[in-house]
Design a protein around this ligand. Structure first.
Ligand SMILES: Nc1ncnc2c1ncn2[C@@H]1O[C@H](COP(=O)(O)OP(=O)(O)OP(=O)(O)O)[C@@H](O)[C@H]1O
Length: 650
């Protein structure tokens, strides 16, 4: 067994390392194409080298924007502003400052990151059009400052070069090497080499980051901030960090641009620049790693070469009283992409190649009783579950006099509830009794108006959700919340606490230990899937699983965080009788291995099968509490809840 595990680990690590190697080789091959041409410094190649430099600049800005647009799904129209900040701040510091060139560029990047972070803090609660509008305003403001603020004219030779001196930014010298821009024939265009080199490094870092647990947290936020918080992600700080990172990438694009062009014109940094970068992301494929790079390449070719000339000529041959300019054509391309290629070039290709894994019926469970969920074994449960007890008292969770009001409605009105270690505590009651609200109080979705919540002796009622999750509480939801477009395995991987705790720098650097950790997580995810009856489903698209399987997947994801308390909100809803019984067996296995469970449930068969204690709520208060038999036989419970169900014959 150990040998098998070791082999699986080694294979996973090797596969990942192989992909990294391929990317590194492609980057080196690109560099090898550019470097000799740049060093030759021949006349006709200058324009092409300028295009390469410009492509590097736009591609890097687009990678940063992809973190926001493609992963967090926040549409920013302000990436051009950060591009401008990087270009102007670095140019200013290089021309005027006493700093070394590297330090000047670093200061410009830090300044852009800080502006991005402040913008994120100010617009934290906004999504959709409101966020896009804020970033649009920032882009317009920055453009206005560039045009109006006279001191900046020195960097551009604009509006009158003679007023302001040369209008050219001197080339940067680093370690005695002059990074010459592609301006004069016969020069060795060394800046392009530096750009290709740095671009390859920041691409690898970006790729590492989005492929890591940190990247998973961005996708989680993009899908549902509520879900992300329940995966242990501090949504506020993560959004600030990702905005800062996106801004730094945008600014680095600007630094490249300033170095390639060696002078700046304010009109270059108008709103069209921001739209160009957005288009690079959308056209290439938002939420894919290489999409922005491909998109940037296509757009730069369209903008900077003559390929669009025939289109413009055709338009003018129809009517020459108006002129379809390049920005007009690019805008048209944006509209066409949104309409016909919503997943972009790379996104569409990925979808085409993954079509084969979308059929859910291909995986047999081996069950012959109508259950879609396979029964797991004690051996798997033993291998995958070990609940730390920390030597605390008998009670894991104590809810004391919890009150939660919504306006005039008291959803939870002074509830006491104790969950003992290693037991299943069922929470039953008619619709609207306050069960889900109580679960939401325990996981910090709502704060209690009165009362206390104590987990292992610690007050948690003022803790945010992500902290409670990291403290050992996991949950599933009444309506399954999964990453529908991701694989089943990715869904489980998102459940590990690494999703919330991994810092950006560690994700970016992907130190050797990370390969080992990734292999460990994959192996554990596989075991968890087997435990919940989804062995062999890892590669399937989660959104195509049946309802019952999605519920099982949620349980596997919740278990990935290694919780002490698992809250299940109506896990049997939508399951047939045999699936409910399989689920019951699973819950008993979890309990027998030390896990504590709160089971919010209407299915009395399941409640009877698994519960050690039952609390029945009605209109926000506890109606009855005790052993399963006691509570189900309580006349008040029968009248308030079961009586209705019996009468309805359900
Ligand atoms: N965010 C909210 N804002 C206003 N009212 C709410 C909110 N959440 C819950 N409620 C109200 O609180 C009451 C309790 O709802 P809750 O969802 O907790 O009941 P439940 O016992 O879980 O019901 P069900 O079994 O149908 O899920 C309901 O009247 C509901 O409308």
């Amino acid at each position: 067994m150990n040998a098998l595990i070791h082999r699986l680990r080694t294979q996973a690590r090797a596969a990942e390392a192989r992909t990294d190697l391929v990317v590194a080789i492609v980057a080196l091959a690109l560099a090898a194409l550019v470097v000799p041409t740049a060093l030759r410094g021949e006349g006709p190649t200058l324009a092409n080298l300028q295009i390469v430099g410009y492509f590097g600049a736009i591609a890097i800005a687009a990678m940063g924007l992809n973190l926001l647009v493609g992963y967090v799904r926040l549409v920013s129209l302000g990436q051009g502003a950060f591009f401008a900040v990087g270009a102007y701040a670095s140019a200013w510091l290089l021309v005027d400052g006493d700093l070394s060139p590297l330090l000047a560029i670093l200061v410009a990047l830090v300044a852009a990151g800080a502006i991005g972070a402040v913008l994120a803090v100010c617009s934290m609660r906004l999504r959709g059009p409101a966020f896009a509008m804020i970033t649009l305003v920032v882009a317009i403001l920055v453009e206005q400052i560039l045009v109006e603020w006279r001191p900046l004219g020195r960097l551009s030779g604009y509006p009158n070069a003679l007023d302001h001196g040369s209008g050219l930014i001197d080339p940067v010298e680093i370690f005695g090497l002059t990074l010459e821009p592609p301006l004069f024939a016969g020069t060795a265009v060394t800046v392009v080499i530096a750009i290709v080199f740095v671009a390859a490094i920041v691409f690898l870092g970006y790729r590492n980051a989005v492929g890591s647990a940190w990247g998973r947290s961005l996708r989680a936020i993009g899908t549902s901030e509520h879900l992300a918080a329940h995966l242990g992600v501090n949504v506020f700080s993560r959004k600030v960090v990702v905005m800062a990172v996106a801004s730094v990438y945008g600014a680095l694009g600007g630094v490249f641009y300033a170095q390639v062009m060696a002078h700046l014109q304010p009109e270059t940094f108008d709103i069209f620049l921001s739209i160009t970068i957005v288009l690079a992301v959308i056209l290439g494929g938002g939420g894919t790693v290489v999409g922005p790079v491909i998109g940037a390449a296509v757009i730069v070719i369209l903008q900077q070469t003559n390929v669009l000339v025939p289109v413009v000529d055709a338009q003018r041959s129809i009517s020459d009283s108006w002129y379809l300019s390049t920005p007009g054509l690019i805008g048209l391309l944006l509209v066409l992409t949104l309409a016909f290629l919503p997943h972009g070039i790379v996104g569409s290709l990925v979808r085409l190649t993954h079509r084969g894994t979308e059929e859910p019926s291909e995986v047999e469970t081996g069950a012959d009783d109508g259950s879609e969920l396979a029964r797991s074994s004690d051996a798997v449960a033993d291998a995958v579950l070990s609940v730390p007890t920390d030597g605390g008292g008998e009670n894991l969770l104590e809810v004391r006099g919890a009150v939660r009001r919504f306006g005039g409605l008291t959803a939870v009105g002074g509830v006491d509830l104790t969950v003992r270690r290693g037991t299943v505590h069922a929470l039953i009651g008619p619709n609207g009794a306050g069960k889900t609200t109580l679960a939401n109080l325990v996981t910090g979705v709502y704060a209690v108006n009165e009362g206390e919540l104590v987990l292992e002796g610690q007050r948690i009622d003022r803790w945010p959700t992500h902290r409670i999750v990291r403290g050992g509480v996991a949950r599933t939801f009444q309506t399954p919340l999964i990453f529908a477009e991701e694989s089943v395995e990715e869904n489980v991987l998102a459940g590990f606490l690494d999703t919330g705790t991994m810092p950006f720098w560690r994700a970016w650097l992907k130190l050797p230990g990370q390969y080992r950790r990734n292999a460990e997580m994959r192996e554990r995810a596989e075991q968890l899937l087997e435990l919940v009856g989804l062995a062999g489903h890892g590669h399937l698209e989660a959104g195509n699983l049946s309802y019952g399987k999605q519920r099982a997947l949620e349980i596997a994801r919740a278990l990935a965080s290694g919780p002490k308390l698992l809250i299940l909100d109506e896990p049997a809803a939508g399951l047939n009788t045999s699936e409910t019984s399989v689920l019951g067996e699973l819950l008993i296995r979890l309990r027998d291995r030390g896990l504590s469970l709160i089971l919010v449930e209407h299915h009395m068969d399941l409640v009877t099968q698994v519960s050690d204690e039952v609390t029945c709520m009605n209109t926000g208060v506890v109606l009855a509490h005790g052993s399963t038999a006691e509570v189900l036989a309580d006349p008040a419970v029968v009248e308030a809840y079961l009586g209705v169900a019996v009468e309805e014959g359900s």
